[in-house]
Design a protein around this ligand. Structure first.
Ligand code: FAD
Length: 465
């Protein structure tokens, strides 16, 4: 009889509880992954992310081969086809036990329920493990055993739990049998080159450790400036599970000698970002309506957003006439990446300046981001649109000009992505139109698509209504 490990968003061999538990059993061990192109299209998986997945699948195949574990990458159209395909695989390979790390998201939960039922019917034992978060969704609750609806008390309860219980990093399983060979696989999905992002657990772990050793202490001062590489850039890897959040905690401890439990302690602000990640995952499980295109705050579903193709296209293409917004969007379109400060600025601009439904922006992000992930993306968009789990009131509206002046003062980032503003002096870079009229009459940079103060008034009225 054979044990089977089913890989999903956990493409690693270190700190993989399902793989580790399976490796403790004496019977032969195999691993499997399903490529699901139609499902991916339905869920707007970005081609650049598909390329990262393909590259990491080959790294994982090699790592498993070195451990003596055969790895099959199978293609089916969508999740609905997985139970039957898995059942025939199990029958063919005499699988008696299946080991899986739990997923979140409504499609994924429905898929896993069908697999469980199929396995129950065919006598295969399924063992589920929690690997996505430090603490499994549903395990950090208020005094009345409910999920928190705002972040700060969640963060405090999470830290208290960490101080009381600690965390565990599962070891890589020992090699079994001889080293196998691995033949590279490719996947059938539109792909955009992701080679600026290294793959393989060793390279990614090194990036994490370098960040913790060199930048963690300055993170709170540097994290908001897109021209300065002050953040870790590990989100694509956490999203695919090439590294785990527990490995991040271990890297913080290794760099600082301890975990920062108190606000103000070195490294605390970065740890708090990891807790934001956990918060949104817990929220998605506790309030599944948010993954059904519904607002977290139901009353905000009555807002009458504007349907305006021209405005939306200008935002997507980075042609709004607001330099920081346009530079951010062009960076996303060309690289699949956007800095967190810029994500907040462009999301606020789409919803509060252009009055366009946050769901369109959420979808556009998923279609383009290399780290596109339902919980964080939905959480970020609903936060920006003031429809989500946020203690701040709806009248927090970013001014795109002053945001640019604060976080890209000299226009370094803007000039990197808007070549038409290359000659504009720093003093005018956030409001370049008057300068361009005088010094560059041929200029091709668009006039501001809206007046911010008028838009702000309209946004407030939309919410008040
Ligand atoms: P660092 O600043 O180094 O932070 C470390 C890690 O903490 C990140 O890798 C990420 O896993 C987590 N993290 C940091 N900030 C947040 C946050 N606000 N919410 C949740 N987790 C956070 N993140 C995604 O991983 N996928 C998305 O699809 C996504 N969409 C977003 C959409 C919007 C509108 C907004 C405002 C934010 C979104 N974020 C998303 C969160 C955040 O922008 C990215 O996680 C961050 O920019 C990744 O860069 P980093 O790895 O250098 O982060």
């Amino acid at each position: 009889m054979t044990s089977l490990v089913w890989f999903r968003d956990d493409l690693r061999v270190h700190d993989h509880p399902a793989l580790y538990a399976a490796s403790l059993h004496p019977e032969p061990l195999q691993a499997i992954y399903f490529v699901t192109p139609e499902q991916w299209k339905k869920q707007d998986l970005a081609p650049v992310r598909a390329d990262l997945i393909a590259r990491q699948l080959n790294q994982l195949g090699e790592a498993l081969a070195a451990l003596g574990i055969p790895f099959s990458v199978l293609t089916v159209a969508d999740y609905q086809q997985i139970p039957a395909r898995l059942a025939s695989y199990c029958q063919q390979h005499e699988v008696s036990q299946l080991f899986v790390n739990r997923d979140i998201g409504i499609y994924e939960l429905a898929r896993d329920l069908s697999v469980q039922q199929q396995c129950d019917a065919t006598g295969i034992r399924v063992q589920w493990f929690d690997a996505r978060c430090v603490f499994a969704p549903g395990s950090v609750l208020t005094g009345s055993k409910e999920m928190f609806k705002v972040f700060t008390p969640f963060s405090k309860a999470w830290l208290k739990k960490l101080a009381a219980e600690g965390y565990q990093v599962w070891p890589k399983p020992s090699a079994r049998g001889g080293i196998l060979s691995w033949s590279s696989v490719s996947i059938d999905y539109p792909r955009v080159d992701s080679s600026d992002w290294p793959v393989g657990e060793a390279a990614v772990l090194q990036q994490l450790q370098d960040f913790c050793a060199e930048k963690l202490r300055q993170y709170d001062e540097q994290r908001d400036f897109p021209a300065c590489p002050g953040t870790s850039r590990i989100s694509p890897y956490l999203t695919l599970g090439i590294i785990s959040v527990r490995q991040c905690l271990a890297a913080i401890e290794a760099a600082l000698g301890q975990l920062p439990f108190e606000r103000g302690a070195p490294g605390f602000v970065w740890l708090n970002e990891l807790i934001w990640r956990e918060f949104y995952q817990h929220l998605l499980v506790a309030f599944p309506h948010v993954s059904k295109h519904k607002a977290f705050k139901p009353e905000t579903d009555h807002i009458r957003w504007l349907w305006d193709d021209a405005r939306f296209t200008a935002w997507c293409e980075g042609k709004t006439g607001y330099p920081i917004v346009d530079a951010a969007m062009r960076c996303l379109n060309q690289t699949g990446w956007m800095h967190n400060r810029l994500r907040m600025i462009v999301a606020s601009f789409l919803t509060k300046d252009l009055h366009i439904d946050w769901r369109l922006g959420e979808r556009y992000f998923m279609q383009h981001l290399i780290d596109g992930e339902l919980a964080a993306n939905n959480g970020g968009w609903q936060w920006a649109a003031s429809t989500g789990a946020d203690a701040a009131p709806y009248f927090r509206i970013f001014n795109p000009t002053t945001q640019g002046q604060r976080f890209d003062e000299q226009g370094q980032f803007i000039k990197q992505w808007l070549p038409e503003l290359e000659l504009v002096p720093a003093k005018y870079i956030h409001t370049p139109h008057d300068w361009l009229k005088v010094f560059d009459p041929q200029d091709s940079y668009p006039a501001p698509i809206v007046d911010h103060s008028e838009s702000r008034t309209i946004a407030l009225a939309l919410f008040q209504r």
